[in-house]
Design a protein around this ligand. Structure first.
Ligand code: GDP
Ligand code: MG
Length: 231
């Protein structure tokens, strides 16, 4: 009984298995779906994550606080020179806190690059990035070259600061990751930040040592050009 069952199963399996010729024709005729380049933005509420994404994608800035939409990714069409044509950058602007731990893990698992944002006006927001960094390391392992992380001190336009550039740079050294001070408001270093991630992804990941992304260490770079249309 057992033997005849397994024989029947084997025959059925052979019938249902597509032939090598069919597989070959499929691989030529059906174009493979291009993978999006997924960037995950993490940090405490109010540090300017959404403002940075808005500035990069739509080249605009609003002083209004936008409540987080946890399931909504922002899509940015990557210029052709980076990964060939048609690649999209999928940016997940993850709300901080313990509200959506399962969602955070899922998005981190799918992420190709990570932006950890704090505000230079609030010391606590830099300290609050440690659990995010540890979660990324836990989920992705130690290969920062393959999955680059960039630390970002936003609101560098503000005169009232609780953190110096060196404070951020010290964290970046400890975490062996890239570092920028940015201003979504004044459009400082936003383009540099995202282009850096795109450039990292384009390079082959055959280097033996994980390399931190080339970045602002510790000097603040000058203003950059605006990217696209106003809000
Ligand atoms: P998120 O919760 O991290 O997404 O923070 P938002 O992007 O919603 O920004 C929170 C507040 O910070 C808003 O009132 C923004 O206008 C303000 N903000 C964001 N980026 C900057 C910046 O670069 N400079 C200054 N001065 N304020 C900013
Ligand atoms: Mg937000």
């Amino acid at each position: 009984m057992g033997n005849s069952c397994s024989g029947l199963k084997e025959k059925l399996g052979q019938r249902l298995r597509p032939s090598p010729t069919l597989n070959f024709i499929r691989s030529i005729l059906i174009p493979k779906k291009k993978k999006d380049f997924c960037v995950v933005v993490l940090g405490s509420a109010g540090v300017g994550k959404s403002a940075l994404v808005q500035r990069w994608v739509n080249s605009c800035y609003s002083d209004k606080y936008v409540p987080p939409a946890p399931m909504a990714d922002v899509i940015y069409h990557v210029p052709d020179g980076f990964f060939g044509s048609g690649t999209k950058m999928r940016i997940t602007d993850l709300p901080g806190g313990q509200l959506y731990p399962a969602l955070q893990c899922l998005k981190i698992a799918r992420g190709h690059a990570f932006i950890l944002v704090y505000s230079v006006t609030e010391k606590q927001t830099l300290e609050e990035l440690t659990p995010f960094y540890e979660l990324i390391r836990e989920i992705k392992g130690g290969n920062l070259y393959k999955y680059p992380i960039v630390l970002v001190g936003n609101k560098c336009d503000e005169v009232r600061r609780e953190l110096t550039t060196l404070d951020g740079a010290a964290y970046a050294l400890k975490w062996n990751c890239g570092f920028f001070e940015t201003s979504a408001k004044k459009n400082v270093n936003v383009e540099e930040l995202f282009f850096e991630l795109l450039t990292q992804e384009r390079e082959p990941d055959t280097t033996p040592q994980p390399t931190p992304v080339k970045s602002q260490m510790p000097n603040i770079a000058e203003d950059v050009l605006a990217v696209c249309v106003p809000c």
